[in-house]
Design a protein around this ligand. Sequence first.
Ligand SMILES: [Fe+2]
Length: 464
Amino acid sequence: MEIKNSKLAFIVLCLITFTLRGQESDVSDAHGHSHYVGHDSVAGHKLLYPSKTPDRVIANLSIDPAHSFAVNWRTEQQVDSGVVQIAVATDGPEFLLGEVRTISAKTQLFENQNSNEPLVKAAYHSAVISGLQPLTTYVYRVGHDANDNNYWSEWFQFTTAGTDMKNPFSFIYFGDAQNNVKSLWSRVVRNSYRQFPKVNFMLHAGDLINDRDANLEWGEWFYAGSFIHATIPSMMTPGNHEYRDNELSALWRPQFTLPENAPLEALKETCYTLDYQGMKLISIDAQAFIGNPEAREAQTKWLDSVLKGNTKKWTAITMHYPIFSTAEGRDNKELREGLKPIIDKYKIDLVLQGHDHTYARGYVENEGKGLTVVKNAGTVYAVSVSGPKMYDSKDRDWMVRRGEFTQLFQIITVSKDTLKYGAYTPTGTLYDAFDLIKKNGKKKLINKVPDSPTRLKKNFVKEE
Ligand SMILES: [Fe+2]
C-alpha cells in the first residue's frame, strides 16, 4: 500500500512539474525575451497538418459589412478547389430545402517550413460572399463540391451589419495573444464570447502569435478561437511578431482576407479601412511605418486623405505599436510624430494598441487625470494585452487606468451618441470603463474606473 502511495505521489509530482514547466515561459520574463516552450513533438502535432475537412475557418470583415463578408479556410492540397454555401438562417433545417447559394472560392496551394517545424503543405481557400441583406442572420459552410458529404465544415451562423446608426453594435478588442496561445489565451477569447455572445466583430491589435511563420502557433490561435473565428468576423492589424526582417508572415494573406484599400501594394491587407455602421475603422501597419520610410510616407498621406473624407460619427484606429508607450525604453517617436498630428486634426475617438504587454488607458489633450467627467474630450488611447506575457509599466500623466500582469479583453459598444468601453479580465471582472458621449459637436468623457486597486506585477512575481 505504501509503495503504491509513494508511486502515486511521484507521478502527481511529475505531472505538476511538467505542467508548470510548460507554463513558466513568458510569465516571469520581465525583459521581453520570449522562451516559447513549444511542444515535444512538433513534427507530429495534429494542429500542424491539414486534412480533407476544412480547418482554420475564419470570417473577416469586408469593406461593406452590411452586404458582404470574407471567409478563409485550409485543407490538404489534394482538395484543390473550394466553395462556400450560404442561406438565410431558419429556425429548423428548412433552409436546406430552400435557396442555398454556392460561391466558388479562390484556392492557393501553399507550403511553408519554419525553422523548428517540418514542411507543411496546404491549400488555402478564400471567398468574399456579397449580395447579402443588412442585419440578417445567415448560415454558411465551407468545403468542396465533391459528392462526398463528409468533407464540409459545420453550418456556421453569421449576422451582417446594419447600414445606419439605428442599431447599436459592439466589438471586442484584444491586445497581444502571442505566446502559449493554446494553453493560456484560449480562455480569454472564449470567455469574451461567453460574456458577450452578441458581439458583432473582434479586433486584434497585432502579435497574434510569436513567430511569424510558425505554423503550429497559428494552429494554436485558430484552435483557441475555434468556431468563434468562423461565427464572429474579425479584423486584425499586424504586429512586429507577424514580421521578421521587415517581411510579413507568408501565412497572413493566404489565411485572412482583409480590405485591399492600402496606399501601397506592399501594405495590402495590413493597412486598410472599413466602415461598420456609424464607425470608421482604420488599421495602420505600424511595423511597416517604423521599418520602411516609403510605407511611412504613404500611410501618413493616406490616413490624412481617408479622414478628410470621413462621414462617420465615430472613428477608431488600431495599430500595434503604441503612440504613447507604457514603459521606458519602448517609445515609438516616429509613429507619434508622424501620426499624432493627424489623430489630433481629425479628433479621432479611439486609438487601440498593443505591444507593451501591460494595460493603460487615458488621454493627453485634457486636463489630466483625476476627473470623472471631462467636458471637452480628446482622443482616448488604450494599450492592452490578452496573452500571458507580462511586462512592467510606469505611471504617466496621460493614464487614467493602468494595470500589469492582467490578461484583458475590451468590449466597445457604439450607438448613435454614445460609445461605451469596458476592459474585462478572463474571469469576467471589470478592470476599466468609460463612456464617450458625442452630441452637437461636443464630446464628453465619463470615466467609470472600478474601485479596485491597480494590479502590479511585483505583487505576483518576485523579481530575480
Ligand atoms: Fe509587439
